[in-house]
Design a protein around this ligand. Structure first.
Ligand SMILES: *[C@@H]1O[C@H](CO)[C@@H](O)[C@H](O)[C@H]1NC(C)=O
Ligand SMILES: *[C@@H]1O[C@H](CO)[C@@H](O)[C@H](O)[C@H]1NC(C)=O
Length: 385
């Protein structure tokens, strides 16, 4: 299909979604929040406010088995990806949510939330509606947010190290942290990354690439505009729209498979999770992703010179497992293999399923057998149990 037609298709789909949302969903029931999702499944939840060294106040959560003593357990830190929140690890039911599977196995599970999502919208001095508040990209999420949240989890649990599991952008933020604050290599005993899309040049995610191309033209303009408020409101929509019996659910399916062909679609999990976990972020986060795409390197923009500066991956020596799949349209195998070749202490794991896409790491029907069992196996290598 020609470029312009693809683009037009997506404009129409988005316009349709907006229309549907506005007409039918404004008065709908609010989707379940973190507390509902964790407690209704019988787990305990602790909530912490974490202030970063640049004044953002983030919501950090700790999940455990009901009544379990969380003292002196192995800490596992779960980090969501782009436009997502901690709900993503607790909203797909008791048998399939990664946070619950780990709590059942005795881990002390912590869930991070980056600045800008619904749990992390406060600041010591800045107003949420100011462009100064939204003047951040994933660089700040890795450098300031992740460091502050990891320190809090270690202080409260009394541990010296933790295990890190991140989905998609959770890889970028991990590598930003380890390369810009190398002392954190000592605090993370291993990283397990699901769908690590750090290099994206060969991605097949058409609208992401369009964004990058348009960004190239509008680079300067975009770099200075800072927020993306409506993603979250749209996110409430699929709750109804994507349920398997809904007449329009085929559109959801089309969106889902734009992340790669999948024989794993679990409509109910997808619908619930999107309605709870899809959230806002800054436009600058997309701009940094587009910049990476443009220059085909892992970089950030130097605010003084307006030139890209590469992250120094040679400073990363925490052992990292890069879990990837052949038909993920965002984290392409050749790009993951390239990342592996640039990290001193990483290994690859290829998901043994031909049609397993970028979202199947969260919602796939067989995600437990195909991916989470491997994650647990890797954690056991470092576990006290
Ligand atoms: C914590 O666990 C380690 C390893 O099992 C053990 O050596 C240590 O004594 C424990 N510490 C406390 C305070 O229970
Ligand atoms: C890889 O990680 C292990 C465990 O942390 C460490 O002992 C080793 O020095 C690291 N290797 C490199 C090449 O950084």
């Amino acid at each position: 299909m020609k470029t312009s037609r693809h683009f037009l298709l997506w404009v129409l789909v988005c316009a349709g979604l907006c229309q549907y949302y506005i007409s039918y969903h404004l008065d709908g029931e609010p989707p379940p929040n973190m507390k509902d999702l964790v407690e209704m499944n019988g787990y305990s939840l602790e909530t912490y406010d974490v202030e970063t060294d640049d004044g953002y106040i983030l919501g950090l959560y700790r999940v455990g088995s009901k009544g379990a003593d969380l003292n002196n357990r192995t800490v596992v830190f779960l980090q969501h990806g782009l436009c997502a929140a901690s709900e993503i690890f607790v909203s797909t039911g008791i048998e399939r949510s990664l946070a619950f599977l780990l709590a059942d196995r005795g881990y002390d599970v912590w869930l991070g939330n980056n600045r800008g999502n619904q749990h992390s919208r406060r600041h010591r001095t800045l107003d949420i509606d100011s462009s100064e508040y939204w003047d951040f990209s994933y660089h700040e999420m890795g450098h300031h947010d992740l460091s502050a949240m990891i320190d809090k989890a270690l202080t409260v649990s009394g541990q010296e190290k933790l295990e890190y599991v991140g989905h998609s952008l959770g890889t970028h933020t991990l590598l930003v942290l380890l390369s810009t604050r190398p002392e954190y290599n000592q605090k993370i005993s291993q990283g397990i990354t699901l769908a690590p899309a750090v290099y994206s040049r060969q991605n097949k995610f058409y609208y992401g690439s369009y964004f990058a191309l348009y960004y190239a033209k509008w680079r300067v303009k975009l770099w200075h505009s800072n927020w993306l408020p409506y993603v979250e409101k749209l996110g409430k929509l699929p709750f109804k729209f994507c349920s398997p019996d809904h007449p329009l659910s085929y559109f959801c399916y089309l969106v889902y498979i734009s992340f790669g062909p999948s024989n794993q679609v679990h409509e109910t999990a997808f619908a619930t999770t999107l309605s709870t976990a899809l959230t806002s972020t800054s436009l600058k986060t997309f701009a940094q992703l587009a910049l990476n795409y443009d220059v085909d390197k892992f970089v950030r923009m130097d605010p003084d010179t307006n030139q890209p500066i590469a992250y120094d991956l040679s400073l990363v020596n925490t052992p990292i497992t890069l879990i990837y799949s052949d038909n993920d349209y965002i984290a392409r195998p050749q790009n993951v293999i390239r990342l592996n070749s640039e990290l001193a202490n990483s290994t690859l794991y290829n998901v043994p399923c031909e049609h397993f896409n970028h979202l199947d790491y969260l919602f796939g029907k067989n995600v437990v057998d195909l991916v989470y069992k491997k994650v647990i196996h890797l954690l056991q290598g470092n576990s006290k149990y």
